[in-house]
Design a protein around this ligand. Structure first.
Ligand SMILES: [Mn+2]
Length: 284
C-alpha cells in the first residue's frame, strides 16, 4: 500500500495553536520515509481569523470554507489519479473538506475521543473542530459546505472511541447526535475487543471507506500532545488492533489524521511515537 502524504495545516481556533504545526512535526519525525509514502505536498488551509462569525457561530467561517474547498480539490485529484491520500491535519476541521472531495456512497470510520457534534450555537468554543461530524451529516451550521445534504449517510458512520458524557455541554452535544450513527465507546474497545470490532467493521459491507483518526481517541496518559485531553481513552495497542483490520480490508479510499498539538511535544518524542504506530499499521 503506497500512501500519499498531504499536509492540511490548520487550527480552527484561528489563534495559531500547535495543530497547525503538526504536519511539520510528524514529517520531522520521519512520517513520509517510515510509510514509504509519496510526498504529495501542502494544501493552503491556514486559518488566521479568530472571530466567531455571528451567522454560522463558527470561528473564521470564511477561511474554514476556503480551506475545505482546497482540501476537497486535492483529495479529488489524488483519489481520481488512483492515489491513497493520508491527509495530515490540522484539527478535525479538515474532515468536511476531505469528505467533500469524495464521491458519495462510502462508509466513515471516525475515531475520536469526542463526538464533534456541536453546531454554531451549542459549541462552547466556536471551533469548526467541535462541529465536523455534525457538518458532514447535515446537522451543522448552514452555509459552510458547498454541497447540499449530508456528505455521508449517517447510517454509514461509525463513531469509535468516544468517552462518557462529562458535563452539560457534552450532554447537549450527545442529545444532538444523529440516532442512525453507530457508536462504539472507548470502554468497548479495550483489549481483545479492539481487534474484534476492527474485524467486524472491516467485514461489514464491501464498499469504499474513509478512516478519520483524531489522536485524542488515545488516553492522555499515552498521548498528552493534544489540546482537548479526554481521560479514559485507548492505549497504543488498542488503537493498532482496531485500525489494522480496517486498513487491511482493502476498502480504504484514504485516511485523515487530526489533532496532534506540536506545542505540547517540545522534544518530539510524541511525534515519534505517533509515526512509529502509523508505520506499524499502515506500512504493510
Ligand atoms: Mn475531533
Amino acid at each position: 500500500m503506497r500512501w500519499s502524504v498531504v499536509d492540511a495545516p490548520l487550527d480552527s481556533s484561528g489563534r495559531g495553536r500547535g495543530e497547525r504545526r503538526a504536519p511539520v512535526a510528524l514529517r520531522t519525525a520521519g512520517l513520509v520515509d517510515r510509510l514509504g509514502a509519496e510526498d504529495a505536498g501542502v494544501i493552503e488551509t491556514v486559518i488566521t481569523d479568530p472571530v466567531r462569525d455571528p451567522e454560522t457561530g463558527m470561528i473564521g467561517a470564511d477561511q474554514v470554507r476556503r480551506a475545505g474547498r482546497a482540501i476537497a480539490a486535492r483529495v479529488t485529484e489524488l483519489t481520481d489519479a488512483g492515489h491513497l491520500p493520508l491527509v495530515v491535519g490540522g484539527d478535525c476541521a479538515i474532515l468536511p473538506g476531505v469528505l467533500q472531495g469524495l464521491p458519495s456512497g462510502f462508509t466513515l470510520w471516525f475515531l475520536d475521543g469526542h463526538l464533534d457534534f456541536h453546531d454554531g450555537v451549542t459549541s462552547p468554543t466556536g471551533e469548526a473542530a467541535d462541529m465536523d461530524l455534525s457538518l458532514v451529516t447535515d446537522h451543522g451550521p448552514a452555509g459552510v459546505l458547498d454541497r447540499e445534504g449530508p456528505l455521508v449517510d449517517p447510517d454509514q458512520v461509525h463513531l469509535l472511541g468516544c468517552r462518557p458524557v462529562w458535563d452539560e455541554s457534552a450532554a447537549e452535544e450527545a442529545a444532538r447526535l444523529d440516532p442512525a450513527i453507530h457508536v462504539v465507546s472507548a470502554d468497548q474497545l479495550r483489549g481483545a475487543a479492539a481487534a474484534a470490532v476492527g474485524r467486524h467493521l472491516a467485514a461489514d459491507g464491501a464498499g469504499p471507506a474513509w478512516l478519520h483518526l483524531d489522536l485524542d481517541v488515545l488516553d492522555p496518559l499515552v498521548l498528552p500532545a493534544v489540546t482537548y485531553r479526554e481521560p479514559g481513552g485507548l492505549d497504543w495497542t488498542d488503537l493498532a488492533a482496531l485500525v489494522g483490520p480496517l486498513v487491511r480490508s482493502g476498502r480504504l479510499l484514504g485516511m485523515s489524521l487530526a489533532d496532534f498539538n506540536a506545542d505540547e511535544d517540545p522534544d518530539g518524542r510524541h511525534a515519534e511515537r505517533v509515526v512509529e504506530v502509523l508505520a506499524e499499521v499502515l506500512a504493510d
